[in-house]
Design a protein around this ligand. Structure first.
Ligand code: HEC
Ligand code: HEC
Length: 497
């Protein structure tokens, strides 16, 4: 059947129907191309009516755009709102000269899960459970002692499995286009390559996406660059409700998850009964995020062959031929990362003083100076009064200005750009920042800050001042932290593919 109407069909895939309305120029449309929803459309002067047959369990989002770029969800129709045959009328937002409408249908794919769940609770290697830094390394401890899992939500294989499905499920966003994994991509160490990530309607996040490896191993247990989430269980529901990121309300989230046949058995396997609510969704997502532990990089394999972390790692492969040796250059980089006195030079502070434990996470002891109310630090990226005030935005404490939590450095080589604002494009730029670019911020971690004069206040940052050879060695060392298990293992991958 051919219709004459002012609408031109422009795009469709299995779940998405896009219509273009050109109020001025009537166009011909072939309804055969519109068979996704098997529907009829009626256009009034200021509204559009759609009729289609909905399947049990289906839900739809109906939305409008004036430029095909930014989409506004007009209404979300959940299974409970829909009869077997549905007539739905939407008023135009304004009276546009041009408008586009899109109806998206829930994704109907089911996850492909192994009959026996994967193991997410492997024992950690010895260098995660024992601290071998010498006593004078005051802020170091065993990475495993920094686990932030609460007693009421220990990670189990069933829980992480459910969390994995939720993490990759695009129907957890208002228009079924975005999942957690859109911005936390496995191949990029669960961060993403964009400076700012793109949310469900094309909007940008304020900051760069954080890598999720070793998120479990941060004792204060606070999340986000500015630590505004008190626990991981609190954190995981925030992107879902964020108006830029995923755009659902918690009742909508519960309805969407409840509408799918495959979820109740997964909830039952974790919680003992199939009830679905946002508290359980939060617990399962948190378990999956905590399961993303990186402990099998080349650093870890070479590390397993020495007793003390400061010992040089073996420079020849073991008989296992397991790619478990370091080069001389990587050992120099490790020394520079871990020792203040290296290569005949002495520095007031070095990388390990802030990127702590062998999980290389944010520090866990309260900052010594400046009455800080958080354990986060300032690394001289900006001067005061930056647009982004960091942890101060959460605590209101001036001593927390421009301080940031940082993700673990595991997999750092595969996930540029760097820092909360994605302002550094390469590892070379990062090392140069510490070598010569530190800004004299009043909260710059001591003892990197010199007071030149009190009145007027004049501050100076001590630069770490690496030679070209040392800079290359540091970059080479950072590349040993790439962990293919985390980047490629199926148990962390998309079960819908
Ligand atoms: C649209 C992109 C986007 C989506 C979708 C998204 N995130 Fe994020 N995520 C970010 C950004 C950006 C940050 C840093 C935000 C900040 O600190 O202000 C972040 C931070 C985090 C952190 C904090 C890590 C840390 O060490 O403090 C966790 C955990 C996290 N996200 C998990 C999730 C989960 C789980 C989901 C799905 C429910 C999700 N994210 C969905 C972009 C996204
Ligand atoms: C004074 C504490 C401190 C020292 C010393 C320090 N860092 Fe950092 N580092 C931080 C903080 C804080 C951030 C996050 C800052 C931000 O995003 O604004 C960070 C971020 C990074 C990042 C980017 C992380 C990401 O996920 O984007 C890398 C890489 C890094 N540091 C490497 C190093 C290396 C290599 C050294 C030693 C040469 C070093 N750091 C020394 C505190 C420190």
């Amino acid at each position: 059947m051919l219709w004459l109407s002012p609408f031109k069909y422009i795009q469709s895939n299995h779940h998405l129907l896009t219509l273009v309305l050109l109020l001025s120029a009537p166009l011909t449309v072939n309804s055969q191309e519109l068979n996704i929803l098997d529907h009829t459309i009626d256009f009034g002067p200021d509204q559009v009516t759609l009729e289609w047959t909905s399947q049990p369990g289906d839900f739809y989002t109906f939305w409008q755009s004036t430029d095909l770029d930014k989409w506004q969800a007009l209404e979300r129709l959940l299974p409970a709102d829909l009869g077997s045959s549905t007539t739905h009328t939407e008023a135009f937002i304004d009276t546009p000269t041009q408008a586009f409408f899109r109806v998206s249908k829930n994704l109907d794919t089911t996850p492909d899960l192994p009959a026996v769940p994967y193991t997410y609770t492997d024992p950690l290697p010895a260098h995660f459970t024992t601290n071998s830094f010498p006593l004078q390394y005051r802020v170091q401890n065993a990475a495993a002692d920094n686990d932030n899992a609460p007693l009421n939500n220990p990670t189990t294989d069933a829980g992480a499995t459910l969390g994995r499905v939720l993490f990759y499920d695009k129907s957890l966003s208002s228009n079924q286009t975005i999942s957690c994994a859109s911005c936390h991509q496995q191949a990029f160490g669960f961060s993403d390559p964009l400076t700012q990530s793109v949310g469900f309607e094309g909007g940008l996040t304020r900051r760069h996406s954080m890598a999720l490896g070793n998120a479990a191993l941060y004792l204060p247990g606070k999340f986000f660059w500015d630590e505004r989430a008190a626990t991981l269980e609190d954190q995981v529901l925030q992107p879902i409700q964020d108006p830029v990121e995923m755009g659902l309300t918690l009742p909508e989230l519960e309805a969407v998850v409840s509408s799918k046949d495959f979820y109740p058995p997964l909830f039952e396997a974790v919680f003992g009964d199939p009830a679905i609510n946002s508290d359980r969704i939060s617990k399962a997502l948190a378990q999956f995020v905590r399961s993303l532990v990186s402990a099998n990089s080349r650093y870890d394999r070479a590390r397993a062959r020495v007793t003390d972390v400061l010992d040089p790692f073996p420079t020849t492969e073991s008989t296992a031929g397991a790619d478990d040796n370091f080069t001389t250059q990587e050992n120099l980089g490790k020394d520079l990362f871990m020792r203040r006195n290296t290569n005949g030079n002495s520095r007031p502070l070095t990388c390990i003083d802030c990127h702590v434990s062998e999980a290389f996470v944010s520090p866990w002891r309260p900052g010594p100076a400046q009455n800080a109310t958080s354990t986060t630090v300032n690394n001289g990226l900006d001067l005061p009064n930056a647009i982004d005030r960091g942890v101060r935005e959460t605590t209101g404490n001036i001593a927390d200005s421009e301080k940031f939590k940082m993700p673990s450095l595991r997999n750092i080589a595969v996930r540029p750009p760097y820092m909360h604002d994605g302002s550094l494009a390469t590892l070379e730029e990062v090392v140069e920042h510490y070598s010569s670019g530190l800004q004299p911020h009043p909260n710059l971690q001591q003892p990197l800050l010199l007071v030149i004069s009190e009145d007027p206040l004049e501050l100076e940052a001590i630069q770490l001042d690496f030679t070209p050879e040392e800079k290359s060695a540091l970059v080479a060392f950072l590349k040993t932290l790439t962990d293919d298990t985390l980047l490629t293992h199926e148990k962390y991958s998309d079960p819908f593919e």
